[in-house]
Design a protein around this ligand. Sequence first.
Ligand SMILES: *Cc1c(COP(=O)(O)O)cnc(C)c1O
Length: 360
Amino acid sequence: MFMKPATAKISSSALKHNIQVIRHKAPKSKIIAVVKANAYGHGVVFVSSTLAPLVDCFGVARLEEALALRSNGIIKPIVLLEGFFSAKDLAILAVNNLQTIVHCEEQMQALEQSTLPNPIKVWLKIDTGMHRLGVHLEQVEHFYQRLKNCKNVLPQIGFISHFSRADELQSDYTQRQLDRFLSVTQGKEQERSIAASGGILFWQQSHLEWIRPGIIMYGISPNDIVGQQYDLKPVMTLTSSLIAVRSHKKGEPVGYGGSWISPQDTQIGVVAIGYGDGYPRNIPMGTPVYLNGRLVPIVGRVSMDMLTVDLGQGCQDKVGDEVILWGKELPIEEIARQTGLLSYELITKLTPRVITEYID
Ligand SMILES: *Cc1c(COP(=O)(O)O)cnc(C)c1O
């Protein structure tokens, strides 16, 4: 008897393949590989050491994430994509050779008023239409001049912005954002970055000097179209196994609340994964899992440690058989589409209880 609990299998060959695909799509651009949120739930130590020889820079959202990369021996440049959160972080950036974006007056003043052991590399974040972070278009010149004059800032300034609708192929908003970005940075350093995954896949003219792939490196598309359509390979396969196969009578309910009642005699499979592993509790009934070459529906409520599937009468499935929640056989984009959840959310919500297994 051998039953495996919830396990994320992570493929380094898929990761390397996806980087090749990205390089091919944007051959003239350098790559900031975005590995925030534990490399989108894929394990930041493994992902960053696999990617280090293949990319030009790493992007993270928190100082702690950047320091974790440094303590794992990553010496490539690292950018804090939201900048620093406290003036006293600046000395830590300087000694750890971390780059930062500056998106607001408070960060600008902290930079101007600090005394640092060495100057740091700064990217000015420009709001071109996302309206979340970044200086307004009419403030760009003013911030640029202050950065140029700041003793704590290295002479080569970068410019960065972010699309809000790059995954919408029909929207003209992306081109408008790009036009604003190009016009406001004209005549300044040609070190510009606006394209994340959506921009890389769908807006070739937005690639510029630096691209910032996140989700597509992990083989997942930024919208509902399955990544395999763009030649991407899913890096993660989320698996578990059957820990019980039970005969079940017509008219009997399954699980908490008795929310599903079987319309016929059947076999119920119990799978060792639940919301305690990060599998969403509120998925619609009927969401599929992949098992022994076919899709079977989840029935009844997802509980903390388990979920139940309807295997059908006369099934051949046995305790210990592998169940795939998402992966090559069952694209996560398909689960996202059927559940109304984002792929981004599904992968980053996995909990530390899930075992990570590195394959190939
Ligand atoms: C997260 C993030 C990215 C990566 O986005 P994807 O859609 O996953 O490619 C790029 N740039 C910034 C600033 C980010 O915060």
